[in-house]
Design a protein around this ligand. Structure first.
Ligand code: GAP
Length: 446
């Protein structure tokens, strides 16, 4: 993880938030390569959910919601972690993360000092809206994007004529006052989620649940990730969230071990029933196609809930590779290479003139300008060509296009592949088409 954190900072994927002031715990900033990677991960998920599924539409709800939302959702009452403090060293722990003997003996696992009683700590951030800072103006920063979908489900049906079964997808920020924020961007106080809520007829929920488990696994396979680093884990009954009838996590083998990447939940009719109760609005679906008399029911919800920023960490870990390469007679030279799938790579193609002189730089700029219309195309003319390849390898750029003297003579370029370091000659006129083909047919070998 240290290597990944250091590369992330050095190459502009992720910076510590407010670093010049000593940093802000639980918050991170995404640099030039990081924002490209994050945007592409979001686009890949959005395409998978909305473009490739006729029965899923998108939504972008506000972060600030009516405070009753969070009473109805159960978050005010249940969204808590059990917390203890050490009176001596002032360390703070989640009591379910330290040995039971320590809790029983009230003994700090770090310094042996006395621990406080376990108390419940609500993870929602609160703030105030308007001029008065009283209880009437209290408002929460949303701890999940899901509720914005539930409260809009009738609006979506009315405006887009969706019929059950159908889904609503959303990507957005969520906030949790996490007690322990460790492991880089894995668990942070401000993060982004990619959530999809699928509304189904009661009784068909288990079938749909299995279908969504299958589809989410297939999605990660499509991104060319190391699938032996993925596994399923079912939540035990006492571990499940208050809304869940069933819950499975897709876990990823991060450097610190197996951890949750995405949750697939059968939320039953809990959310819509509660919103109906708390708002007084009828949340029933009227099924016009169910025979003579229209049937009414509160839909069940199958949720797929992935962290976007956690997915970004996963892709950094998954892509990171160090490879021994024989370079200029030095048998032990190591190259660091980020093996991103071209669909998510921050830069798709880098154009490099072999020399700056003799018109090569101008020709390279011209080719880059052409490629920019269709691809994320970078340009680099600084330093020896070998160094420039290494820089692109480290940024995870899958293709480099080199312009040399032959390019001037016969309008061809060298296309270099990041993974194999193989180089081939391609006519300039065929370059775009060739890149499109390579992206489409990309298979990860290592
Ligand atoms: N709507 C359901 C829900 O929010 P969750 O299991 O609490 O379920 C879903 O969160 C996903 O959101 C997690 O699998 C994780 O990827 C991401 N996530 C949750 N808390 C996070 C945090 N503090 N920092 C980064 N990502 C987080």
């Amino acid at each position: 993880m240290e290597k990944i954190t250091s590369l992330a900072k050095r190459r502009g994927f992720v910076y510590q938030s407010s670093e010049i002031y000593g940093g802000q715990n639980g918050a991170w900033d995404y640099g030039p390569l990081g924002i490209e990677l994050k945007n592409r991960l979001a686009q890949a998920w959005w395409k998978e959910m909305t473009q490739l599924n006729d029965d899923i539409v998108g939504l972008d709800a506000a972060i600030l919601m009516h405070p009753r939302t969070w009473e109805a959702s159960g978050h005010v009452e249940n969204f808590t972690d059990p917390l203890v403090d050490c009176k001596k060293c002032k360390s703070r722990f989640r009591s379910d993360h330290i040995p039971e003997e320590n809790i029983a003996a009230k003994k700090c696992p770090d310094c042996g000092g006395e621990l406080t009683d376990v108390r419940k700590f609500n993870l929602m951030f609160t703030t105030h809206i308007g001029a008065a800072e009283d209880t009437a103006s209290l408002i929460y920063l949303r701890p999940e994007t899901a509720q914005g979908i539930f409260v809009n489900y009738k609006n979506v049906i009315q405006s887009s004529r969706m019929k059950i079964p159908f889904g609503i997808a959303q990507i957005g920020k969520a906030f949790r006052n996490e007690i322990v924020t460790r492991n880089f961007i894995f668990r942070t106080c401000e993060f982004e989620q990619m959530e999809m809520q699928f509304f189904v007829k009661p009784g068909t929920d288990e079938e749909w649940y299995e279908e969504w488990k299958r589809r989410r696994w297939a999605y990660y396979e499509k991104l060319g990730l190391k699938m032996d680093h993925f596994r399923w884990r079912q939540h035990g009954v006492d571990e499940r969230s208050h809304y869940a009838k069933d819950a499975w996590d897709i876990e990823y083998l991060f450097p610190m071990g197996w951890r949750e990447l995405e949750g697939i939940h059968n939320r039953s009719d809990y959310d819509l029933s509660r919103h109906s109760e708390y708002s007084g609005k009828d949340m029933q679906y009227i099924d016009q196609e169910s025979g003579e008399s229209a049937a009414r029911y509160i839909p069940f919800i199958v949720e797929t809930s992935a962290g976007l920023t956690r997915n970004l960490l996963m892709t950094l870990c998954d892509a990171y590779d160090e490879e021994k390469v024989a370079d200029k007679g030095n048998e032990d030279d190591i190259r660091t290479v980020m093996r991103f799938h071209p669909v998510i790579a921050p830069v798709t193609v880098a154009v490099l003139p072999l020399m700056r002189k003799d018109g090569l730089a101008e020709l390279a700029q011209d080719i880059r300008k052409e490629l920019k219309e269709d691809f994320a195309a970078d340009y680099d003319q600084a330093g020896a060509i070998g160094r420039r390849y290494r820089r692109q390898d480290e940024a995870g750029t899958p293709f480099c296009v080199t312009i040399d003297y032959e390019s001037k003579e016969n309008n061809s370029v060298t296309l270099r592949f990041r993974d194999s370091m193989e180089q081939i000659r391609v006519p300039r006129a065929e370059l775009s088409e060739r890149l499109r083909k390579e992206i489409k047919e990309y298979k990860r070998v290592k």
